[in-house]
Design a binder for this molecule. Structure first.
Ligand code: UDP
Length: 239
């Protein structure tokens, strides 16, 4: 079910099995395990602990993580993009009348994201929403708003490590079943940012597309070779 990479347990089955797997947790924190996020998990003691909790499910989001699984000779069955898992969960909530809460992004992006979701999933119950620009250490109003709507899932789109820190900090006191940091996904759903064409996604080149559209991202790509180097160095230990 899992491959171990740098001490993290990464889900290795197909995306089509993920909803069933999510059901096996009483509460679950889904981490989009790309090299950048896993690096944050290694550097930040609070996140390190959170990423190792029983309630954490790390998915192999990113070609760097897929290559790492090959390096440790226990390849994942496929790359799983966080945004696709998010859509699977929302699809299920739509069918089963379960609520979702959207937290993150700029106000206009969030509002457009809600409109698009409402259009594509006509039965979806959005119990509440809040933009991602607030003090995560002092946000009682948002916490009580989430509790009031009692959603099944909360999607947090505030970039890494802010979104992971928010979830790690509050998931015990919140009533939701599914917690997921989704990075720039609200921008994609709102139509502000496009995902790469399918052929690039299939070739593992989504990162190249994003850098071509947002060149400042090039700095963040440095985490991929660093991550792979660490995996190579630790190979003897983790396997
Ligand atoms: N964001 C936010 N609060 C912040 C910083 C960022 O809500 O304090 C939002 C930002 O508006 C954008 C998303 O977080 O919608 C950033 O996603 P990014 O592209 O960095 O994430 P990635 O997909 O690369 O993980």
């Amino acid at each position: 079910m899992f491959v171990e990479i740098l001490g993290f347990k990464i889900y290795k089955k197909k995306k089509s099995q993920i909803l069933e797997h999510i059901d096996s947790y009483p509460k679950v924190n889904i981490i989009s395990g790309n090299p950048e996020i896993l690096f944050n998990g290694l550097k930040n003691e609070f996140l390190y602990k959170n990423f190792h909790e029983e309630t954490t499910l790390i998915i192999p989001d990113g070609v760097g993580t897929v290559i790492a699984s090959k390096l440790v000779k226990d390849p994942v069955e496929e790359k799983i993009a966080g945004i696709e898992v998010m859509h699977e969960i929302i699809g299920r909530c739509n069918e089963e009348g379960k609520g979702i809460y959207l937290l993150g992004a700029k106000e206009e992006v969030l509002s457009e994201c809600c409109n698009k979701l409402q259009l594509n999933y006509p039965g979806i119950k959005i119990t509440g929403r809040h933009n991602g620009y607030f003090d995560i250490y002092n946000c009682e109003n948002i916490i009580s708003d989430i509790k009031k709507g009692n959603p099944y899932a909360i999607f947090v789109a505030m970039g890494c490590p802010r979104q992971e820190e928010f979830i790690a900090r509050y998931m015990n006191e919140l009533p939701c079943k599914v917690y997921m940091g989704v990075g720039g996904s609200f921008d994609v759903i709102a139509g502000n940012v496009k995902r790469a064409p399918r052929w690039m996604i299939n070739l593992g080149l989504e990162w190249l597309y994003r850098v071509s559209k947002e060149p400042w991202r090039i700095k963040r790509l440095g985490s991929i070779p660093k991550f792979l180097w660490m995996v190579l160095m630790s190979k003897g230990r983790v396997n």
